[in-house]
Design a protein around this ligand. Structure first.
Ligand SMILES: C[S@@+](CC[C@H](N)C(=O)[O-])C[C@H]1O[C@@H](n2cnc3c(N)ncnc32)[C@H](O)[C@@H]1O
Length: 213
């Protein structure tokens, strides 16, 4: 969250209570410092899936399945199907257990491996793509998902404001120079890409929401 700790807490407090399974994953991620989307981002993703009635959803970066569950539950009524990719096999195995417990496993295909290798081999097309994996690879994902996204489809990308460090003059540890530069370049290229109508929302760590036109 980019404004202030107080505003972040206030906004997160407005997100409807999650059930015990989601609370368990949130607590687990906090304990293990697994970076997951904030509940306000999950809530927004769910709204987008419902409005767009997305049927075929692609996610890059599953971790232990928190964001996948927001997407899966939101698309339950429309029978949406989700393909989710992560190269961390242990995390993916844990995500699968959560999908089972949530009763949505049959609508989720979880693929283990590097998204850069998996995406070119994917069959079919998608109405909704959510990117939340390695920040330094965002430009590569963008190039690879573009042909997979249907006309009028939604591309949503997390962490595009990277703790506010993409703002010129922001102060941060120089070890992040390359990563911040990469996210800034991604953001500029996404916003300038004529194939997309993009808005950047200061929600969570910054969310890019693009419509493929
Ligand atoms: C920020 S976490 C995803 C969090 C998840 N979307 C959530 O909110 O619940 C990023 C994940 O991307 C995965 N990842 C990083 N680079 C990847 C790549 N090239 N291909 C597939 N997964 C990757 C990591 O293993 C990690 O689990």
């Amino acid at each position: 969250m980019l404004y202030s700790f107080e505003l972040e807490s206030f906004l997160e407090g407005l997100v409807p209570e999650r059930d015990s399974l989601m609370n368990e994953i949130e607590a687990q991620s906090l304990r293990e410092t697994i970076p997951i989307i904030t509940p306000s981002v999950g809530n927004y993703l769910a709204g987008l899936v419902k409005i767009s009635r997305a049927g075929n959803i692609l996610e890059i970066g599953t971790a232990i399945g928190y964001s996948t569950l927001w997407l899966a539950r939101a698309s339950a009524q429309t029978g949406g199907r989700i393909t989710t990719i992560d190269l961390n096999v242990d995390r993916l195995a844990r995500a699968l257990k959560y999908f089972e417990r949530a009763g949505v496993a049959e609508r989720i295909i979880a693929l283990a491996g590097d998204a850069k290798a998996i995406l070119p081999a994917l069959e079919g097309s998608f109405d909704f793509v959510f990117i939340d994996a390695a920040k330094g690879e965002y430009l590569e994902y963008l190039e690879l998902v573009c042909p997979l996204l249907n006309q009028g489809g939604l591309l949503v990308v997390d962490n595009v404001l990277f703790r506010g460090w993409v703002v010129p003059g922001a102060v941060f540890d120089s070890k992040y120079n390359r990563l911040v530069g990469g996210v800034r370049e991604f953001l500029q290229k996404l916003c300038a890409n004529y194939q997309f109508k993009t808005s950047i929302l200061p929600l969570g760590d910054g969310l890019g929401v693009s419509i493929k036109q």
